[in-house]
Design a protein around this ligand. Structure first.
Ligand SMILES: CC(C)(COP(=O)(O)OP(=O)(O)OC[C@H]1O[C@@H](n2cnc3c(N)ncnc32)[C@H](O)[C@@H]1OP(=O)(O)O)[C@@H](O)C(=O)NCCC(=O)NCCS
Length: 186
């Protein structure tokens, strides 16, 4: 069996959302999103210096160990971000998950389903991630998807999600992503 590996596609097309590979031109959007006070409480600190974000994205373009997506609506308006990283065998980690304030409520579930379907298409079979203990709505979200708490520190809960849980959630929430995903290669 071959090991899964991250591959950056040009786009992953879902139902209401499209995930596309982030580029340095997205720096301003990302800084605005991540420094929004209502969004930044439980994510790692982001400098408001756009040039630092440009430098990060330039480095990212050469880095095949992660996939950083800009989430767009069907009119190509950027609405959020999500990232797959930290491969551990057949398990992937995802995070940097931020959706712009005021977005339709279905975007959270749809984007999570798109991440799982995309990761399965790359050959991953499991997921892991950590969530701040204080970020209760987000860890509850993951627990509804079948995430199991594996560890905790003073600040964070650590979770893993099995292939069975991924498949179950894809079926349970199928109405959020009725046509599945279409992956467009770079
Ligand atoms: C993380 C983030 C993208 C999640 O998006 P969100 O919109 O807050 O997600 P919610 O859990 O509120 O879910 C959105 C809607 O889907 C519904 N929903 C969530 N899970 C659902 C499920 N399993 N089945 C059906 N509906 C569900 C919710 O009830 C909610 O509906 P409402 O808007 O009518 O209340 C967003 O909170 C965010 O940008 N947070 C800041 C950054 C952050 O902390 N990121 C996570 C770091 S680990």
């Amino acid at each position: 069996m071959t090991m899964p590996a991250f591959v950056k596609p040009r786009q992953v097309i879902g139902h209401h959302l499209v995930l596309r590979d982030a580029t340095p031109a997205d720096a301003e959007f990302i800084v605005a999103l991540r420094t929004d006070e209502s969004k930044s409480r439980f994510i790692s600190k982001t400098s408001s210096d756009v040039s630092q974000q440009v430098a990060w994205l330039e480095k990212y373009a050469q880095d095949n160990s992660q996939v950083y997506f800009i989430m767009e609506d069907r009119e190509h308006n950027p609405v959020g971000t999500v990232r797959l990283y930290d491969q551990q065998g057949d398990s992937f980690c995802w995070g940097s998950w931020v959706i712009r304030e005021g977005s339709p409520s279905g975007y959270a579930v749809e984007s999570a389903l798109m991440v799982y379907q995309f990761a399965l298409s790359l050959g991953f079979t499991r997921a892991h991630f950590d969530v701040r203990k204080g970020n209760e709505s987000v860890w509850k979200f993951h627990e509804r998807f079948g995430a199991v708490r594996t560890e905790e520190t003073e600040l964070d809960y650590f979770y893993s999600l099995s292939r069975e849980a991924i498949d179950k959630s894809l079926a349970k929430y199928a109405k959020f992503l009725p046509g599945g995903i279409q992956v467009i290669a770079a």
